[in-house]
Ligand binder design. Structure first.
Ligand code: BYC
Length: 401
């Protein structure tokens, strides 16, 4: 991408910006790190920074199996932007945290996605992405977690973090577009292939069948829900109190101090589901997760519209937020995709119906053959509705040198 501009990009400064939430609500935003919050702030920046190279490591071999030049071009754009986001976080560490910031930045380079000894910090960023269906799921669901985490950091009282994350958000939108439309094209093609097959079997025609798409949704969505942290979190309460990490679009809330009021969280208590009242500040992760769930549903509705328009009787459903969780109050417990509590044995008996199996992964992987001629698409994916930057779909989006 010879035209790509590297650099530290910040949203324009807001004149006389005030801290928009927490104990210091209404005070002047900080241009330098406040000493008492130094460790917490560094930790937030390191966690955010760690995800950026992780995603590039996860996706680094995908160009070898790109289903079209168009898709390969999108992959490269996603990867260079994530690389630049790492740079943006490392800049904050170097510019504002002195020696320990530089050491943290070095450690960011030492960790590797999926590495046994030095893995990336957050779970989803150690999952392999070695097929394009996983890539589209990741950019749909995991990049959308990125959107909500960045929206929360864009409210930060530490102004350099707020300005850099606001700029990053402008790029995140394209990544989610790649994910949402990528899955939509897989689904569209599955429906076309079903119509061509005497048994309505998309796999028999070399496509990715809708139940397999559903199992990938179940996996990547539940894994991405884990990235919001625990439902009841003293870390989240501390970050909010300190004015470091707010809620998405903080201005839309009436009470920016959140010291009064409770939030109801439904969890398993003594073998049955019951509701627990949690002080508002301790529920900040869950409040962010609520907005994320709604946002995903809008994308899934568009996939289902594509399926309905093709005249196929199938509906893709987001599993319940309790399903298959590894972090938070629902981890170590078992729920069906509708969120009903079940036994471990019942879960295991249904695992192959609900989550991608080794056979699914092998099948999807065997379809991954590069198609790198202008305008051509792999058989398992429909063409996009339009090309990139007003160029036609058969434009030569990448060139081998
Ligand atoms: N995996 O109080 P808790 C993106 C740890 S994606 C592993 O429940 P907290 C992108 C947690 O660290 C957005 N560990 O949670 C997308 C804590 O550890 P300690 C990335 C996890 O701290 C695509 C313990 O469990 N941005 O940008 O309130 C491509 C208990 O924690 C996980 C950020 O993450 C997990 N899933 O919230 C490229 C923003 N979840 O203290 C990029 C910065 C929790 O016991 N990070 N833990 O050692 C944060 O705001 C928070 O650290 C978290 C966790 C939301 C991640």
């Amino acid at each position: 991408m010879p035209d790509y501009r590297w650099g530290i990009f910040l949203a324009p400064p807001e004149h006389d910006r005030k801290i928009p939430f927490g104990d210091s609500f209404g005070e002047q935003a900080w241009q330098e790190v406040p000493g008492e919050f130094r460790n917490a702030l560094r930790r937030i920046i390191v966690t955010q920074g760690d995800t950026e190279p992780a995603s590039v490591e996860q996706q680094r071999l995908l160009c070898d199996s790109a289903p079209s030049m168009y898709d390969c071009r999108n992959l490269f754009q996603v990867n260079v932007e994530e690389g630049r986001h790492l740079w943006a976080m490392v800049y904050l560490l170097h510019a504002h945290f002195g020696r320990d910031g530089r050491e943290e930045a070095e450690e960011l380079l030492e960790r590797r996605s999926g590495d046994f000894d030095k893995p990336r910090i957050l779970t989803t960023f150690n999952e392999p992405i070695d097929d394009w269906l996983s890539f589209f799921m990741f950019t749909m669901f995991t990049d959308r977690d990125g959107k909500y985490q960045l929206l929360a950091l864009a409210e930060s009282g530490f102004d350099p973090l707020a300005r850099t994350t606001r700029f990053m958000l402008t790029e995140e939108a394209h990544h989610m577009f790649v994910g949402e439309t990528g899955v939509q094209r897989v689904v569209k093609r599955a429906c076309e292939l079903m119509k061509q097959d005497p048994n309505e079997d998309a796999r028999a025609q070399g496509g990715i069948d809708l139940p397999t798409v559903q199992r990938y949704v179940n996996f990547w969505y539940s894994s991405s829900l884990d990235l919001f942290g625990g439902e009841i979190s003293s870390n989240a309460a501390d970050y909010f109190a300190a004015g470091l990490k707010g809620r998405a679009k903080e201005a839309r809330f009436d009470d920016h101090v959140a010291l009064s009021g409770h939030y109801n969280i439904e969890l398993m208590d003594d073998g049955s589901l019951s509701s627990r009242q949690v002080p508002m500040r301790n529920a900040m992760n869950e409040i962010l997760r609520d907005a994320y769930v709604d946002d995903n549903q809008r994308g899934v509705d568009r996939w289902n519209k594509t399926i309905r328009e093709a005249g196929v009787d199938f509906e893709i459903k987001l599993p319940h937020r309790r399903f298959n969780r590894k972090m938070g109050v629902h981890s170590g417990q078992f729920f069906d995709p509708a969120g009903n509590p079940i036994s471990e044995a019942e879960f295991e008996a249904k695992r192959a119906e609900w989550l991608p199996t080794a056979d699914d992964k092998a099948y999807v992987k065997h379809l991954m053959k590069p198609v790198l001629e202008p305008g051509k698409m792999a058989n398992w994916i429909a063409a996009p509705a339009r090309g990139i930057n007003g160029q036609p779909i058969d434009f030569e989006y990448i060139r081998r040198v």
